[in-house]
Design a protein around this ligand. Structure first.
Ligand code: COA
Length: 385
């Protein structure tokens, strides 16, 4: 599979109080069109990742909103898969091109989360868990990931509180070098450990924040992308699912759907984890990044702590992880995150990541998770020129 990336556009991530869902979406759409140097009429179809439009903005039917924004009447569909909505939308765009249904597809991810209070957002996000087995009993997403963190740290005590904090320290370091990021401040291990407890052992700085933002990527079939001198191509797309609830999960110390999705995407791309120059992974909580790094094959289960202890996940080291700042520092507008990851991968492979640029980057991977691991979608990006 070779699907070209011909345009990218992203808004600032953060608390954006002067724009609604529609304006945010339009902003990233226009930026991507400008980057691709095409007009809206050249787009054959659109897919838009969004999870919370109905519960937080009273707005569904975001597929039609996306085409209305550009005065188009082309096919347009909203895609929902909790926090993996963005990557799922990208996968649907790829499938539309592969099927011959479309040649140029615009894929958006948009979310507006900061107009309501944190309690409402927490309840709405919990829709990604199992309502009967988890939400009804009062569990929240920080709570679910704290269960995973406790299970993991009990089985693998080498992952200490100090080393877990290094995930957030590194992501804030990268975020401080990314202009569209929500938090641009570097932090220390002490900041993480001494910040407010949210769900033991996870403190405020172990958590991704609540964020507004929109991201758009325009993809095209190989021949068209080559004519447009695209350098970046998507060569693999893997998708796997698991139980909604942790109670029914076979393991609490790994996210197997991530590993299955990665294996599919690697096989399609004819690569192993050794070929990967960098990865954007789903660090909704620090423990999630540890499990993601293991799912992608950079370390065996229980051994990712070594990478953080030895500071090997910075942009200029052996395994650059989350050069965008990740969900932790860049922010997590849930439906937009998967597209933001694809944009960061494209920027890295084009050599446009400035002071967080990975040297000689040729292969990038994005890993986007929905719920506590019930959906995982992995894409492989390659620089082919
Ligand atoms: N990391 C660092 N700082 C954060 C932060 C985070 N995750 N979230 C908020 N802050 C900061 C704010 O900027 C603010 O700073 P200021 O006082 O200097 O302006 C301060 O902390 C308080 O912010 P507030 O918005 O009142 O925080 P909150 O208590 O309402 O929310 C969390 C904090 C952790 C509960 C919330 O961010 C959260 O629920 N995160 C998880 C989201 C989630 O589950 N996503 C889905 C994952 S699968």
């Amino acid at each position: 599979m070779k699907i070209g990336v011909i345009g990218i556009g992203i808004t600032r991530f953060g608390e954006i109080w002067d724009r609604g869902l529609r304006e945010l979406l339009l902003d990233s759409q226009l930026r991507a069109l400008n980057d691709a140097k095409i007009v809206p009429q050249q787009i054959d179809a659109m897919f838009t990742g969004n999870m919370l439009g109905d519960s937080l903005s009273g707005q569904v039917h975001i597929g039609a909103m996306a085409t209305e924004n550009l005065n188009l009447d082309k096919p347009s569909i909203r895609v929902e898969g909790a926090c993996a909505s963005g990557a799922l939308a990208l996968r649907q765009g790829i499938k539309a091109i592969e099927s011959g249904d479309a040649e140029i597809v615009m894929v958006n991810g948009v979310e507006k989360m900061t107009d309501v209070d944190t309690g409402q957002v927490t309840t709405a996000l919990m829709g990604a868990g199992d309502e009967e087995l988890e939400g009804f009993h009062g569990l929240t997403f920080p709570g679910l990931y704290s269960l995973l963190a406790n299970a993991y740290m009990h089985k693998y005590p080498s992952l200490t509180r100090d080393i877990l904090a290094e995930v957030a320290v590194k992501n804030h370091f990268h975020g401080a070098r990314n202009s569209y990021c929500q938090f641009k401040n570097e932090i220390t291990k002490e900041t993480v450990i001494n910040s407010t407890m949210v769900a033991d052992p996870l403190t405020l700085f172990d958590c991704s924040p609540i964020t507004d933002g929109s991201a758009t990527i325009i993809i095209a079939k190989e021949e068209i992308a080559k004519k447009m001198n695209s350098e970046v191509f998507i060569t693999g797309s893997g998708l796997a699912t698991d139980t909604l609830s942790l109670a029914r999960r076979n393991t609490l110390t790994a996210i197997p759907a991530g590993q299955k999705a990665a294996n599919q995407a690697y096989a399609q791309s004819n690569i192993t984890s050794k070929d990967i120059s960098f990865a954007e992974v789903h660090d909704c909580f620090t423990i999630a990044e540890i499990m993601a790094v293991e799912a992608l094959g950079f370390a065996k289960e229980g051994e990712a702590f070594n990478l953080y202890k030895n500071k090997e996940t910075y942009f200029d080291s052996k395994h650059p992880i989350n050069t965008s700042g990740g969900l932790k520092a860049c922010g997590h507008p849930v439906g937009a995150t998967g597209i933001k990851q694809a944009i960061e991968a494209t920027m890295q492979l084009r050599g446009e990541a400035k002071n967080r640029q990975v040297l000689n980057a040729t292969v990038g991977v994005t890993h986007n998770v929905g719920g506590s691991g019930a959906t995982a979608c992995v894409h492989v990006f390659k620089r082919l020129r």
